[in-house]
Design a protein around this ligand. Structure first.
Ligand code: GLA
Length: 361
């Protein structure tokens, strides 16, 4: 029996920039998805999960023409279809899935499931890392129907201990960024996920296209400068203008964050995280009341350099940079205040940058 693991991710900065060919800076985290592979005697893919009851069996020859089911298995079926499309034969097998990354938390439980199932289904057939990440992204786009960027799958595949990943989503290459000493990465889960999420994501992708159409000759919002935006602003309707402003400034924030990390300037890194949050809240409009409350509360607590929502938005988690000696008080303070306001106990995780997807047994 073999076992594969793929991590979830926390994005430190660079939100909703990946599908605009911009920059993102995620870390892979220790939580993720584990898949145990065992042989099957029948020509089927047999799927079970520690989180969801029941078992499902799919004949291998049916998978390439299947429609999505609406259940968690879609991520695996989508990956299986993409593997088949590459001309790689699917093997009869039983997969048992065990995920430690909470679903719907904005920590990329989907990418962790896709990448771990790709490793399991390939079961020894080596693909270059970038191809693996892209295959999983195609599974989500083509089969699950979510027009996502490359960040989550890329981070899950390429994660490194002690390092963040600065990913250029145009060249799809990365550089590793050491996180300065003197701060811990604390993730707090609002424990809410608003339904709006996937339709709003689609809408944001659309609004970015609309904004881009005002800049003939530019391939992506990544290519539009602040000067271009200012010159053209009066011709762009309010909403696409605000979306473009977020994307353009967020790309600049990622560059500034990188520089600040290089100098070990935690105050500047934190300030940029807060600016990112405000922009996601007001210009990109993907935050929600609970996320805003959590960020605003974090910023009143001692030892906090910065805090922002992380991931697609509409619920899920915040990420904060907190001085190590203040972490315990931060956790208590944030939990108590959030619980008082929403009667929900937020799960809080201390995250360290972790290794990417791999065979573990
Ligand atoms: C989701 C998508 C990513 C990215 C983020 C927002 O996690 O899967 O590709 O667009 O939202 O930054």
């Amino acid at each position: 029996m073999r076992r594969y693991h793929a991590p979830g991710r926390v994005n430190l900065i660079g939100e909703h920039t990946d599908y605009n060919a911009g920059f993102v800076m995620p870390i892979a985290i220790a939580m993720g998805c584990d898949i145990r592979v065992s042989p099957s005697t029948r020509s089927v893919l047999h799927l079970t999960s520690a989180q969801f009851p029941g078992e499902m069996t799919f004949p291998l020859d049916v998978i390439p023409t299947m429609r999505r089911t609406g259940a968690w298995v879609d991520y695996i079926l989508g990956v299986a279809r993409e593997i088949h499309a590459l001309g790689i034969e699917l093997k009869p097998m039983k997969l048992h899935v065990d995920a430690s990354v909470p679903t719907g938390s904005g920590l990329s439980s989907s990418a962790a499931l896709e990448v771990s199932s790709a490793l399991a289904l390939l079961d020894g057939h080596e693909l270059p890392k970038l191809e693996l990440a892209r295959l999983c992204q195609r599974a989500e786009r083509n089969f699950v129907g979510m027009p996502c960027g490359i960040m989550d799958q890329y981070a899950s595949v390429h994660g490194e201990e002690h390092k963040a990943i600065l990913l250029d989503c145009r060249s799809i290459t990365h550089q590793l960024v050491p996180i300065p000493d003197g701060a811990e990465i604390i993730v707090a889960n609002t424990m809410v996920k608003h339904e709006l999420g996937s339709s709003a994501y689609r809408q944001r992708v659309q609004e970015c296209h609309e904004a881009l159409s005002h800049f003939p000759g530019k391939e992506a919002l990544r290519d539009v400068t602040l000067g271009d935006l200012e010159r053209t602003a009066s011709q762009i309707p309010e909403i696409p203008l605000a979306r473009a402003r977020h994307v353009i400034l967020e790309d600049l924030r990622v560059q500034n964050f990188l520089e600040a990390a290089g100098r070990g300037d935690l105050h500047q890194m934190g300030k940029l995280m807060v600016e990112s949050h405000r922009s996601l809240q007001h210009d990109y409009e993907v935050s929600c009341e609970e996320l805003d409350f959590m960020v605003d509360t974090a910023l009143t607590l001692d030892g906090v350099y910065g805090s922002r929502m992380t991931g697609g938005g509409f619920g899920g988690c915040t990420v904060s940079l907190v001085a190590p000696e203040a972490v315990e008080r931060f956790e208590h303070g944030l939990s108590a205040r959030y619980h008082d306001r929403y009667n929900l106990a937020p799960a809080i995780y201390r995250c360290t940058p972790s290794a990417g997807a791999r065979r573990v047994a």
